[in-house]
Design a protein around this ligand. Structure first.
Ligand SMILES: [Zn+2]
Length: 305
């Protein structure tokens, strides 16, 4: 009796398992849900100044690339090629013709699209200053100026994050505020790692940036403002510009809005890397030598999560 029952039960389990397996094999595979990383981290936003439009384009997990268009002539340039698929979609949708691409540095998340762009659009001038970047057909030099319609593109060699890093300072023909595309050299409330450079080099860059017009709009290569400002708060807990900017940045991010651009004169109030001359920043690092202050800030920032 016992064994009969046992056999029956075993048969029951076997049949059910078989049925389940058939049911499984007849199932169409569920439509895979796209991984979260493919969701854009921010909305696409146009920043309009007189005579010039900067389109802020989110890419990858927290990169930004940009399209700048000279309104009188329609001349359009890309800054960094982080994701060509998004770029080509926007160019098509907005009926824009790309004439230039300026690459800030050789890291793949900024320069990854150069070969594909060169193959698809051989007329586009691909400009950069590092031989590690593929398919460059115009090698830029420090202080070189290029005309983009009525805009003037000024190339600034800024070696520190990488040896061949360039920032691009754009003056629009109509006299509106200029724009500075900083790649991984300067971010809102922070700066990039000194991967291939020294604090002295970074200090030379800081001095150069601080000579630019105070209304310059800063467009960095990543969305990392909140973390930068949290670190800035550790450096200067009493600085109300930092807390106000952090509150604003959190609101922006709640609505998936980009935090760039900031103005250079604003950065001067809350970015510790542009405040190496301030007594509170010097107190935090325990030194007054600007390069050493930058070295300490960067070291602490590297450890800050
Ligand atoms: Zn980089």
């Amino acid at each position: 009796m016992c064994s009969l029952f046992g056999r029956g039960l075993a048969h029951y389990i076997y049949n059910n398992a078989l049925h389940a397996r058939r049911a499984w094999s007849n199932c169409k595979p569920a439509k895979p849900t796209p991984p979260a990383a493919t969701e854009p981290h921010s909305k696409i936003v146009d920043v309009c100044c007189e005579g010039m439009v900067v389109k802020i384009i989110p890419a990858r997990s927290n990169n930004y690339m940009y399209l700048i268009t000279d309104l009188p002539t329609g001349c359009t340039a890309a800054i960094d090629l982080s994701d060509n698929k998004i770029l080509f979609e926007i160019l098509k949708k907005e009926n824009l013709k790309l004439s230039f691409a300026f690459i800030t540095h050789h890291h793949e998340d900024h320069s990854g699209g150069t070969q594909e762009l060169a193959a698809a659009c051989p007329d586009v001038k691909i400009c950069a200053g590092d031989e590690r970047i593929k398919s460059v057909n115009h090698c830029v030099k420090d202080c070189e100026q290029l005309k983009l319609g009525e805009m003037t593109m000024n190339c600034m060699h800024t070696p520190c994050h990488t040896v061949g890093h360039y920032c691009y300072f754009v003056e629009c023909g109509a006299g509106g505020p200029p724009a500075l595309f900083t790649g991984d050299t300067l971010f809102q409330g922070g700066c990039g790692g000194f991967d291939e450079g020294t604090p002295d080099q970074m200090y030379a860059i800081v001095k150069r940036f601080l000579e630019l017009p105070k209304e310059t709009r800063i467009f960095g290569g990543h969305e990392n403002t909140i973390l930068n400002l949290r670190f800035a708060q550790c450096v200067e807990p009493e600085n109300s510009s930092i807390s106000a900017r952090l509150f604003w940045a959190q609101k922006q991010r709640e609505n998936k809005l980009p935090t760039p651009p900031s103005m250079l004169c604003e950065e001067r109030t809350f970015n510790p890397f542009l405040r190496v001359d301030h007594p509170d920043v010097q107190h935090y690092t325990g030194d007054t030598d600007p390069s050493y202050v930058l070295f300490c800030l960067r070291k602490q920032r590297d450890a800050f999560k």
